[in-house]
Write a protein that binds this ligand. Structure first.
Ligand code: ATP
Length: 136
């Protein structure tokens, strides 16, 4: 069993997870990154994506809608806008959010609106992916 490190996943509305874990895999800007105890210090932003962490040999999955991570050798802290378990994701709501964003992308928008719509689309697509992959 790998050595444990402390993990905190703090969303805007709740402490999603606080405790030890053996392995953390995040979706960073440039792809998946695995983190174990002893990792070198890093601070980076997190786009909307999937994350998974192993506790006592069992993987736990979540959809994160963007945030930051601070990695230290013995602890990692994720500050997330929102974080949901696969079974908490309302698929119909995410499909509607995806359709709204896709419809807005077909219309003329300012650059700011375009980025907001793209972000909404990414959140919806990520929720759908995480729920379909991990909630049977
Ligand atoms: P929507 O347009 O449906 O509100 P959104 O991406 O704008 O989607 P967020 O601002 O990311 O929503 O989240 C607002 C709150 O709603 C958060 O508490 C988030 O966890 C929750 N939430 C958003 N979409 C879903 C979903 N499909 N299933 C479960 N919870 C959701």
């Amino acid at each position: 069993m790998p050595r444990k490190f402390h993990l905190e996943i703090i969303a805007t509305d709740r402490i999603f997870y606080k405790g030890d874990c053996e392995h953390l895999v995040i979706t960073a800007i440039d792809g998946l990154v695995g983190i174990m105890a002893g990792h070198e210090p890093v601070v980076t932003t997190l786009p909307a994506g999937e994350l998974k962490y192993m506790v006592d040999g069992k993987w736990h999955y979540a959809a994160i809608s963007g945030g930051f991570i601070q990695v230290m050798p013995e602890s990692s802290i994720i500050l997330a806008d929102n974080c949901e378990l696969p079974e908490e994701i309302d698929i119909k709501r995410a499909e509607e959010a995806r359709e709204r964003a896709q419809e807005r992308l077909r219309q003329k928008q300012s650059i700011k609106e375009y980025y907001q719509t793209q972000a909404a689309l990414n959140r919806a697509m990520n929720r759908l992916k995480v729920s379909q992959k991990h909630f049977k």
